[in-house]
Design a binder for this molecule. Structure first.
Ligand code: GLU
Length: 463
């Protein structure tokens, strides 16, 4: 059997990071089993589905490199097929027309509520003769859901879960206007797409029981189910906006690398021993449904930042320049010259050591561009004594060759002569050169900037 899985988002908004993780798990499971990973856009809710949301989903998945093996399927385009299956069930006596009026349904709901029961349809048209149907009422088609016994699903993540069949009422398959419901469309599409495993959020676990009965009524093979626990925030509550960004796309804009995000999402609820850094090829090799945890994972920004920092340090300098350039240019509202780009590229080894995000990287790269300003903390270091020190230092530096080693020698020497510590000289010098109290190695920065630029930066603060 060839494994075929699908990710089936509803395009009603951005791609939630929980959904991005579902997509990733499906993708890795398919690759691990030499199977196929497919994408189905569940756009049957015509009021809430938007082309912008479809675009956002495509964009986020593309950013994460989660590529479908076949063209995406748009669920709404298949509604006639879904309706056809509803009629098939009707013909086979596995579904029936229901002519209930909205008022009757309302009464049923109220009665259930009065008895402290969940709202459910009471099956009033299940065995009724259609000849008694009220005239002028367009019926819905309801599924004749088995009411005896119980159903046990052996979920690949949740284990054995049993539900009594009489808990499930006769759901609507086809609405009065002829449009299919989610429950029917999902089953028909999964069957027609040859889906072998359904991996999705555990908010769909109860749907699996209803869907199972539809498969059986159609004498179709029931796929395996794997319902993944949802993601929670650090405080244990379901992940929501108040925990930070929940849209996968926003993480791109916040300067996270796709591979870091993917590694992080993978570790949310799935593990391989104590491994934290896991490459895509390792993930494919190791991924099994059995190693998905049963309890909700907690979203931890600190871990994500550390992983991102790791992947930034591992990244090729040219790639980092390309990724941070648009951010820098947006910050400065100007296009960088070739010389400026080259300076940043030369300084990249030092810059990437500290950055946890591309935004931080871009910000620290500004030291190589002239247009910086001194912040309050650094301004405080420019005391009259320190300025005197820098004035003396300028003379020394003007006759020094600007390489990292000679600059270091020069500074050490200078500190010795002045009977002070290297740090005492380096601190105001760093402020003069970079405008900041923290930067990559000062000697590296000065060597990259060159003598003329470095001296002019010092002169700017000593005059
Ligand atoms: N479209 C559903 C959702 O976005 C998923 C349905 C499924 O995976 O079966 O939650």
């Amino acid at each position: 059997m060839t494994v075929r899985v699908r990710f089936a988002p509803s395009p009603t908004g951005f791609l939630h990071i929980g959904s991005a993780r579902t997509a990733l798990f499906n993708y890795l499971f398919a690759k691990h089993n030499n199977g196929k990973y497919l994408l189905r856009i569940e756009d049957t809710d015509r009021e809430r589905s938007t082309p912008e949301a479809v675009e956002a989903i495509f964009k986020s998945l593309e950013w994460l490199g989660i590529k479908a093996d076949e063209e995406p399927i748009f669920q709404f385009s298949r509604y006639q097929r879904h309706a056809e299956v509803a009629h098939e069930l009707l013909k086979a006596g596995k579904a029936y027309y229901c002519y209930c009026s909205p008022e009757e349904l309302q009464t049923m709901r109220e009665e259930a509520a009065a008895n402290g029961k969940p709202p459910r349809y009471n099956g009033m048209w299940r065995d009724r003769d259609a000849s008694t149907a009220p005239s002028g009422v367009k019926p819905v088609i309801r599924f004749k859901s088995p009411q005896d016994d119980s159903l046990t699903i052996n979920d690949r993540v949740q284990g054995e879960v049993t539900v009594k069949n009489n808990q499930l009422d006769d759901m609507v398959l086809l609405r009065a206007d002829g449009t299919p419901t989610y429950m029917l469309s999902v089953v028909v599409d999964d069957h027609d797409m040859g889906i072998t495993h359904i991996i999705r959020g555990d908010d769909h676990l109860t749907n699996a029981f209803r869907q199972h009965h539809i498969y059986k009524a159609l004498a179709w093979d029931v796929p395996e189910f794997a319902h993944i626990p949802l993601i929670h925030g650090a405080d244990g509550a379901k992940l929501s906006k108040r925990h930070g960004a929940t849209s996968a796309d926003v993480y791109k804009d916040l300067g996270y690398l796709a591979e870091a995000m993917k590694n992080y999402l993978l570790r949310l609820g799935w593990g391989h021993g104590d491994d934290e850094i896991i490459s895509e090829s390792q993930a494919i090799e190791w991924f099994t449904l059995e190693s998905i945890g049963r309890s909700p994972a907690r979203f931890d920004m600190v871990k994500l930042n550390n992983l991102n920092g790791h992947y930034i340090r591992q990244s090729d300098n040219q790639r980092l320049l390309e990724l941070s350039l648009p951010i820098i240019e947006e910050m400065l509202k100007k296009t960088l010259s070739l010389h400026e780009k080259n300076s940043i590229l030369k300084g990249m080894n030092g810059l990437k050591e500290r950055a946890k995000t591309l935004l931080e990287l871009a910000d620290s790269a500004l030291i190589y561009i002239r247009t910086f300003s001194h912040d309050e903390k650094s301004q405080a270091l420019l005391t009259p004594e320190n300025i005197d020190l820098l004035k003396k230092l300028v003379k020394k530096l003007s006759i020094t060759e600007f390489s990292e080693n000679t600059l270091e020698d020069c500074l050490r020497n200078f500190a010795e002569v002045e009977q002070t510590k290297l740090g005492q000289v380096a601190a105001p010098l760093r402020v003069a050169i970079t405008g900041r109290t923290v930067s990559p190695s000062l000697f590296e920065v000065m060597a990259i900037l060159g003598k003329e630029e470095s001296l002019s930066r010092i002169e700017r603060v000593v005059v």
